[in-house]
Design a protein around this ligand. Structure first.
Ligand code: SF4
Length: 447
């Protein structure tokens, strides 16, 4: 959401000296508005004008980083209300709570279980974003011990905090070891915000601001932001309907009204003890703009659909996920293995790959470059053609890997068979229309 040239011009010195490049301040303002110049090119711009321009042209939701190195995740910097307007940029951080009242054996077992939760879907790796270590026992030493142990075993982003007496001492103690990991500190409230802000500033860590309502959160965020700007908002809502309403209001006010006190990423906590209900709650929070969701996740397998859901929401609808257009081997292929053709759209490719695996007959898959579109879409757009398939049969080296000359075409594009056979010299077998038909097709033709 940039400023207009006129808005920028009002802040410039109006000397028209031309030292910035363009001959006049107005021309320079127009270049700035178009993103073709930097404000630094004017040596006479005042500090006040610089601050005004910087804050007015800042993104509507601030970008905040939690964690450091490969474990770091970025939050915020979103510019649209609806995914179809453009895209959502920084996926919701999915965190699981660890409490400092767990004994060491239970803690280690839980950490191992969470660390092992890594899996792949359509070529992308899923895992948790990090852990939220909760201060509940009122013992700063034990809290620091648990936080350090959690970070040692689970090297991802951290949220540290809770509430109650001794919170700042507990965080200070944990930060003696973990400051470089840049955890998100939880939370600055009306009562403790001065101490918590000083702590976050001292260790350059992001900080959650928690109010008791939307208005109170905005007021507190404005106060805290005067000295620390790496903020994440918690409106204090602990009822799903209210939490979702707050998340929606924050996003609308930040983007549509450019309401700065709410222009920060957000955090929310699930409330349900039932694993199924908890995931439903979390999926609604992911869909409705929450930057960080913290779950109890009593049953970790329930997290898989949530991570899958997050991937779907945060995939750019204008850029389909693609695999490399090349020859793939599935299983222990031999010179007799079948050769399948499909497109390089990830969902299509991995559906075919999964079914070839399920057939238990190893095979080759040629993924034709169709700009990441599925079989019928690619055919209709002239991207999956006999020529393109024949070219890949020649270029991928498949001719030297198999002794037969049979290629399986997706059933939906049977119409390409004649020309493909003519161009390539390969016998074309028309395969099933849907990938799910591959196992029975393979058994009938290649077993
Ligand atoms: Fe105006 Fe500054 Fe450019 Fe001079 S250098 S023309 S004062 S914007």
């Amino acid at each position: 959401m940039g400023l207009s040239g006129l808005d920028i011009y009002k802040q410039l010195p109006k000397k028209n000296c031309g030292e910035c490049g363009p001959p006049t301040c107005l021309a320079f303002a127009m270049s700035l508005a178009a993103g073709k110049a930097s404000l630094d090119a004017c040596p006479y711009v005042s500090d006040t004008a610089r601050d005004n321009l910087a804050s007015a042209s800042a993104p509507p939701i601030k970008l905040v980083t939690v964690g450091s190195g490969p474990a770091a995740i970025q939050l915020g910097d979103e510019t649209v209300l609806y995914r179809h307007d453009k895209t959502f940029v920084h996926p919701t951080g999915i965190f699981v709570e660890i409490r400092d009242d767990m004994d060491d054996a239970a803690l280690d077992a839980r950490l191992d279980q969470l660390a092992a939760m890594v899996f792949e879907r359509v070529g992308q790796q899923y895992h948790l974003s990090g852990l939220a270590v909760r201060y509940v026992m009122g013992d700063p030493g034990r809290f620091a011990e648990v936080a350090v142990r959690a970070h040692g075993k689970f090297q991802r982003a951290l949220i540290l905090g809770g509430c109650g007496p001794g919170l700042e001492q507990a965080l200070e103690k944990a930060l003696e070891t973990l400051a470089a990991a840049k955890p998100l500190l939880y939370a600055a409230t009306v009562e403790n915000h001065e101490g918590m802000t000083a702590l976050a500033k001292k260790h350059a860590c992001p900080l959650v601001v928690r109010g008791e309502s939307l208005d109170a959160t905005a007021e507190l965020a404005q106060k805290v932001s005067a000295s620390h700007k790496e903020l994440v908002l918690d409106t204090g809502a602990r009822q799903p309907s209210r939490t979702i309403a707050d998340q929606t209001h924050i996003r609308r006010l930040a983007i549509k009204k450019k309401f700065r006190p709410l222009g920060y990423p957000t955090i929310a906590f699930t409330t349900s003890e039932d694993p199924g209900d908890e995931i439903v709650e979390a999926t609604a929070l992911v869909a409705k703009y929450t930057s960080v969701v913290v779950l109890k996740a009593h049953k970790v397998t329930q997290l898989l659909p949530l991570l899958s859901w997050r991937q779907n929401i945060y995939t750019d609808p204008q850029k389909p996920i693609q695999v490399q257009s090349q020859l793939y081997e599935v299983g222990q292929v031999t010179a007799d293995s079948p050769v399948y053709v499909t497109t390089n759209f990830s969902l299509t490719y991995f559906s075919v790959e999964g079914e070839v695996q399920a057939s238990k007959i190893p095979g080759y898959i040629i993924a034709v470059d169709t700009d990441g579109t599925s079989v019928l879409t690619a055919w209709a757009a002239g991207k999956l053609t006999s020529e393109a398939i024949a070219k890949m049969l020649g270029e991928t080296g498949i001719e030297s890997k198999v002794t037969h000359r049979k290629v399986v075409l997706p059933g939906h594009v049977a119409v390409l068979s004649g020309k493909l056979q003519e161009l390539s010299g390969w016998q074309v077998l028309v395969g099933p229309r849907e990938a799910a038909g591959i196992p029975s097709f393979a058994k009938s033709k290649f077993a």
